[in-house]
Ligand binder design. Structure first.
Ligand code: SF4
Length: 687
């Protein structure tokens, strides 16, 4: 029996795995509850309960594959040949076109050790600046806003269970009842304790069903709703003046910026009734402890950073951040969405949340890596910009992909697929033949969650251990092995350990003194303490479950207000594309679906579109019939679900299959470089 954590979302629920191994003569391992782990206390969603479904899956890749130049088919090769080909082609392309000819694309599901070593591999072994990862499309707007407002970005700066003690919880663009169901228990307890839940979402989701107040704005207008609420908080005398004076900077400009956001104006922009805004502002203003949590619905916009800043402004005006059982947080999505953004696989960062253009940061990390600081490349392209440059005159000619299924998850996906096809070399490391692996020149079969050791950092900043419980199938290797094998073939002199515990020790040194400081965290402490929260600068430090109680992470200890203006979505409905399209998730699937679509026990209904009965009537389609969805970027034929829970001017398509992202807009947030997954204009017609 091994205690470990779910392979999927950022809650990182604890679970036990029975041996289920050859030693026990059992056919398959089984998941059983681990009640002592505080985050989920034994509860799991159906994805967690069925997480072993991929371990012995018939589609599991167990040998490297190389695309034959003559036939165009993938053929099995040895690991030696596969790694030799990848290293020699990378070297040729870099020799011909420069170091940035080779790109690396990582993922928010990789362990901390893999994220760290991948960043080091790109900067040291390849010497390329071209590395970014799919977390850019997940929480980067909240990360940018959190760093600007508080001086550091940690998704939740307090344990998730703290929300049970809040008087009012505002969930903006989160459907946690479906995306992380065990977390919904905290909502139930909050309400048992007398607290109220407010959900802001264009769709009445299962999370919205749990709310005391459900707010249904036009997609892309969350920012205006936040401005209007702050206007009412100030006008109603609910401002926490002492807190604002003592703990913040910049309120005056924000107060001036919201004076014109009368509730009637917000209603015209967002569709949210002025009377509801007034009621909400009163509820917030009279509460002692307010928690505001944003998720992808608020963040995946070309205005994502400003939208999150607007909600943070509201939380600061109410005196929430840093107060017990109150504050602002982001519900990160991917399994290591938090740790994945801390250790250097982002285009602009080095380990420990250090910025790559900071000379002191470069010197520190170069010292740990045993290289000279000037040898480290600078800032590279962000994830979508990187993909959009592939195969172009100035862009990378090769890309190595770890932990990402870009063909499904990238916006404007048809164009991205064309870019991938323009590469001289596409290498994909994966456990199954994902849609992205199927386009690769080289496919490398890897170990998965319970076949390897490593650490993850959950949405609370709690560093936990995933443990090896099973023997991996013959023929697969870990990402760390692949990185080390390529680094040695590329002639790297720096160390690239393959043992995750050794990598973690190096990560501790690299992160020491940074904002995400892991120096005091050891695998042993994680085991003994049920996880350790960063920052944890030394072995005697208890870790930091709750941040900002005394001061924020800016040099003067104060949080920052930021005056932001409402801007509409980059693309709004017009005569040709008259409806809003929004995208999201369903309970039984996870991210691009490469894993969960293959788990037999999880229903795979394929893509569909939700329409309001009024819109369905106008188009003349009924439940189950197909419609065609068309945007300026692509088109899709999908069956209809007629639901009264969505706005009549909006349709919803889940993105776990090839489809939704053929339609989405690649407009980027100017700060976070987040694409606008959550809103674009679409035409809906009978096919
Ligand atoms: Fe796994 Fe997330 Fe479900 Fe928990 S909520 S079992 S971590 S998918």
């Amino acid at each position: 029996m091994t205690t470990t954590h779910c392979p999927y979302c950022s809650l990182q629920c604890g679970m036990r795995l029975t041996a289920g191994d050859r030693l026990a003569g059992q056919a398959a391992p089984e998941v059983t509850p681990w009640e002592e782990f505080g985050v989920n206390q034994g509860a799991l969603c159906r994805k967690g309960w069925t997480a072993t479904g991929l371990l012995k899956h018939r589609e599991r890749l167990t040998t490297p594959l190389l695309r034959d130049r003559a036939s165009g088919e993938l053929r099995p090769v040895s690991w030696e040949e596969a790694l030799d080909v990848v290293a020699s082609r990378c070297a040729e392309l870099q020799s011909a076109h420069g170091a940035d000819a080779v790109a690396v694309f990582g993922g928010g599901g990789l362990t901390n050790e893999k994220s760290y070593l991948l960043g080091k591999f790109a900067r040291v072994a390849l010497g390329t600046s071209q590395i970014d990862y799919n977390g850019r499309w997940c929480m980067s707007s909240a990360a940018a806003a959190g760093a600007r407002a508080f001086g550091v970005d940690r998704g939740l700066p307090f344990p998730l269970a703290d929300i049970e003690q809040a008087d009012v919880l505002v969930l903006v663009g989160s459907n946690l009842a479906e995306t992380m169901p065990p977390a919904a228990r905290h909502l139930a307890r909050l309400r048992e304790n007398g607290g109220k839940v407010v959900v802001v979402d264009p769709r009445l989701t299962p999370t919205g069903e749990l709310a005391d107040e459900f707010v249904q704005p036009v997609p892309g207008t969350d920012l205006a709703v936040a401005l209007g609420l702050l206007h009412l908080v100030v006008a109603g005398g609910f401002l926490d003046e002492e807190y604002v004076a003592q703990r913040t900077v910049g309120f005056e400009a924000v107060r001036d910026s919201v004076t014109a956001w009368w509730p009637e104006r917000v209603e015209r922009v967002s569709g949210v009734p002025a009377s509801q805004l007034r009621e909400l502002a009163r509820m917030l203003g009279e509460a002692e402890r307010v928690v505001v949590l944003t998720a992808r619905g608020a963040e995946q916009h070309a205005t994502g950073t400003d939208t999150v800043l607007a909600w943070i402004n509201l939380a600061l005006a109410l005196g929430a951040p840093g107060r017990p059982f109150a504050g602002y947080g982001c519900l990160t999505g991917q399994g290591n969405g938090q740790g994945g953004r801390e250790h250097g696989q982002k285009a602009d960062q080095l380990p420990g949340y250090r910025m790559i253009d900071d000379p002191a940061a470069r010197e520190h990390v170069a010292g740990v890596w045993g290289v000279v600081p000037d040898s480290l490349p600078g800032k590279g392209r962000s994830a979508y910009e990187l993909l959009d440059a592939l195969g172009t005159e100035a862009g990378p000619k090769a890309m190595l992909v770890f932990g990402s299924n870009i063909v499904v998850s990238a916006p404007n996906a048809r164009q991205v697929s064309q870019r991938l096809d323009a590469l001289d070399l596409l290498v994909v490391a994966d456990i199954v033949m994902s849609e992205t692996a199927a386009r690769a020149h080289v496919v490398l079969p890897i170990t998965q969650w319970s076949e390897e050791d490593g650490t993850m950092t959950n949405l609370e900043g709690r560093v936990i251990r995933r443990k090896r419980a099973l023997t991996p199938p013959r023929g697969v290797r870990s990402d760390l092995d692949i990185i080390a094998g390529l680094a040695s073939r590329l002639g790297a002199t720096a160390d690239f350990p393959t043992d995750p515990a050794t990598v973690f020790e190096e990560l501790r040194r690299a992160s020491a003194g940074g904002k995400a400081d892991y120096a005091g965290i050891t695998w042993e402490r994680i085991e003994e303490e049920g996880g350790v929260f960063w920052p944890c600068p030394d072995l005697t430090h208890p870790g930091t479950p709750r941040m900002f109680a005394e001061e924020f992470a800016h040099p003067d200890g104060r949080a920052r207000f930021h005056a932001v203006e409402h801007r509409g979505a980059a693309e709004v409905p017009d005569a040709d594309y008259p409806v809003y399209l929004t995208t999201g998730r369903v309970l039984a699937q996870y991210q691009s679906g490469a894993q969960t679509r293959r788990v037999r026990e999880l229903p795979d209904q394929g893509p569909f579109v939700e329409l309001h009965p009024m819109l369905a009537g106008r188009i003349g389609v009924a439940e189950g019939e197909p419609v065609r969805l068309s945007t300026r970027r692509g088109s899709l034929r999908v069956p209809v679900r007629v639901v009264p829970t969505i706005r009549p001017d909006t349709v919803f398509v889940p993105f776990h299959w090839v489809g939704a992202n053929l339609l989405t807009n690649d407009a980027l947030d100017p700060t976070s470089r987040m694409p606008e997954f959550k809103v674009c204009a679409v035409a809906v017609s009978a096919p």
